[in-house]
Write a protein that binds this ligand. Sequence first.
Ligand SMILES: C[S@@+](CC[C@H](N)C(=O)[O-])C[C@H]1O[C@@H](n2cnc3c(N)ncnc32)[C@H](O)[C@@H]1O
Length: 253
Amino acid sequence: MRHINVIGIGAGDPDHLTLQAVKAFARTEVFLLLDKNEQRQELVELRLRMIEEHARPGHRVVQIPDAERDRTTPAYREAVDDWRRRRSELVESLITEHVGPDGTGALLVWGDPCLYDSITAVLDEILAQGRTEFSYDVVPGVSSVSVLAARHRTTLNRVGRPVRITTGRRLAAEGFPPGAEDAVVMLDGRGAFAGIDPEGVHIHYGAYLGTPDEILVSGPLADKAEEIARLRQEARDAKGWIMDTYLLRRTEG
Ligand SMILES: C[S@@+](CC[C@H](N)C(=O)[O-])C[C@H]1O[C@@H](n2cnc3c(N)ncnc32)[C@H](O)[C@@H]1O
């Protein structure tokens, strides 16, 4: 039967690749790459370099543009459902057209495929439809959240306490997550940290983690919010895109 390796490739440093990921690269005949957009060309190139370095001779690479999500509509849930459906059609056609009946394909995922990524849901949806048969497994990757904590030489949680992982969208809607003491924020297109009450909150901020353009800032949110917002805007203007993650830690109040 066809087999698909879903491989977590880390947050941006080629050295984040685990030995398990490297072995999965070597077992793969065809790499199925969904590209976000041209602005992120350096990420595309980084992925191709990883393949070049670790794939077996004779491997193939197929690249197609990923489905884009409609970010202009206020109907968030519907837009996500529609995007997932189009993504699932794309992935299904990639698998049927490029992975032979007994072949092995790979889908490469930034960070860890099990954190804020829809690829496993997409594969399950394809299988549930019953038109295409394959098996798949998931190779965990070094998440941007792990890299954030490591680069700031901190822990995500405090002793015996929980940590919340949330999105910029939720942070903007509800402020510092109710009931949480430590919260990691991902997928924040608008710098939602600047809109919350900074009193008694410490921020560990990281952009382009693991890459040569990495930005790290840490300190009381009240002192650092402006600086981070400025650095973030400058970086976004210069590169055309930004990927950032941060830990908000309630230190008092
Ligand atoms: C769709 S999620 C994917 C997360 C990924 N699966 C992971 O484990 O890191 C994309 C979000 O991950 C975070 N992210 C991914 N790579 C990053 C990096 N190199 N530096 C900072 N944040 C990153 C950002 O919050 C971004 O909006």
